[in-house]
Design a protein around this ligand. Structure first.
Ligand SMILES: NC(=O)c1ccc[n+]([C@@H]2O[C@H](COP(=O)([O-])OP(=O)(O)OC[C@H]3O[C@@H](n4cnc5c(N)ncnc54)[C@H](OP(=O)(O)O)[C@@H]3O)[C@@H](O)[C@H]2O)c1
Length: 267
C-alpha cells in the first residue's frame, strides 16, 4: 500500500483510509464485534487512517474499541460538529478520552468554524491534536471552504470526489495544491450509488494491468490517480470489501486515458 504525505499537515498515511459514516454507527454486541473485525482487518491490510465524527452516532466509540490496543498503528481523523464553544469542547474531550490523541481534527461541514478553530487550537498547542482540517460535502459551500483554506490555520481538507461529483476540480483541488494542504476524499464510491450496476469485466480489462479487477477498485484508483488527492476513505461494514478496497492502494496509477475510461463507465 502506498503512503502519501498529507501536505503541510506533515501526516503520512496509506492512500486507502477508512470512513465510518453509517457503517460504524451500530449498537449491540454481535454487530459491534463485526465492525471491530473490520477495523482490525483494515490495520492488517496496511490501512492507516480512520475517519469519524460525533455526527456518526456510535461510530467514534465503536472505532476506538475496534482499534483497541492497536491504536498506535492508526491515524485517527475525527471531527468537531458543534454550534458553540462549549459543545465543541465537550466533543473534543470525549474524543481525546477514547483515542488518547487525535491525529487530524476536522471541522465537520464548517459548522461554526470560527469558534471551533479557536477551540481546536488549544489541544493542538498542548500536543493532543496534531493537525487541524475542515470538511464539506457540497459544492455550494466551496467558496466558504476556500476562505477557511486561505486563513492559514488549517493544513488539510476533506471533500467529495468521484467520477459523478467533480466540482472540486474547479477551485478546491487547485487551491489545495497551491497551499500544500492535505486532501482526504470522502464518498469515493458515491455513498455506494456508483456500485449499483457495475460494468461487465470485459469493460474493465484495460485496467487489469493496473491491478484493477473490480469496479470499486477502478473508482478508488480513479481518485488516487489525481496526485492532488492524498487519501480516499471508503466506508465499509464488510471485511471482504475492505480487502478489495485496500488492494486499490498500490501503483501503477492511471493516466488520462484510464481515468477517462472509468469516468465514461460511471456516467
Ligand atoms: N461532511 C463530511 O465530513 C463527510 C460527508 C460524507 C462522508 N464523509 C466521510 O467519508 C466516508 C466515505 O464516504 P461515504 O461513506 O459517504 O461513501 P462511500 O465510501 O463512497 O461508500 C460507502 C458505501 O459503499 C459500499 N462499499 C464500500 N466498499 C465496497 C465494495 N468493495 N463493494 C461493494 N460495496 C462497497 C459500502 O457498503 P458495505 O458496507 O456493504 O461495504 C457503503 O454502503 C464516510 O464514511 C465518512 O467517514 C464525511
Amino acid at each position: 500500500m502506498e503512503k502519501r504525505r498529507l501536505g503541510q499537515s506533515g501526516l503520512v498515511a496509506s492512500v486507502i483510509g477508512m470512513g465510518t459514516w453509517k457503517t460504524f454507527d451500530v449498537r449491540g454486541e454481535e454487530v459491534e464485534a463485526s465492525r471491530h473485525r473490520v477495523a482490525r482487518r483494515a490495520l492488517d491490510q496496511g490501512v492507516t487512517l480512520y475517519d469519524s465524527s460525533p455526527m456518526y452516532g456510535e461510530a467514534e466509540r465503536v472505532l476506538a474499541e475496534g482499534l483497541g490496543d492497536r491504536r498506535q498503528e492508526a491515524l485517527v481523523a475525527t471531527k468537531v460538529w458543534a454550534s458553540g464553544l462549549e459543545e465543541g469542547r465537550a466533543q473534543i474531550e470525549y474524543a481525546l478520552g477514547v483515542y488518547g490523541t487525535v491525529d487530524l481534527y476536522q471541522i465537520h461541514n464548517l459548522v461554526s468554524w470560527q469558534d471551533q478553530l479557536q477551540v481546536l487550537e488549544g489541544p493542538r498547542e498542548e500536543g493532543k491534536v496534531d493537525a487541524i482540517g475542515a470538511t464539506h460535502y457540497t459544492a455550494s459551500a466551496f467558496d466558504e471552504l476556500a476562505r477557511v483554506m486561505r486563513t492559514g490555520r488549517i493544513t488539510a481538507i476533506q471533500i467529495p470526489y468521484n467520477p459523478r461529483q467533480r466540482e472540486v476540480e474547479q477551485m478546491i483541488l487547485p487551491l489545495a495544491a497551491e497551499l500544500d494542504l492535505g486532501v482526504l476524499v470522502m464518498r469515493p464510491l458515491g455513498e455506494g450509488s456508483l456500485l449499483g450496476r457495475p460494468p461487465p469485466p470485459e469493460k474493465l480489462a484495460p485496467l487489469n494491468k493496473f491491478g484493477v479487477t473490480s469496479w470499486p477498485q477502478a473508482l478508488l484508483k480513479w481518485v488516487l490517480s489525481d496526485p492532488r488527492c492524498h487519501i480516499a476513505i471508503p466506508a465499509t461494514s464488510s471485511e471482504s470489501h475492505l480487502v478489495e478496497n485496500a488492494a486499490a492502494g498500490s501503483p501503477p496509477w492511471f493516466g488520462p486515458e484510464e481515468r477517462a475510461l472509468v469516468a465514461g463507465l460511471a456516467t
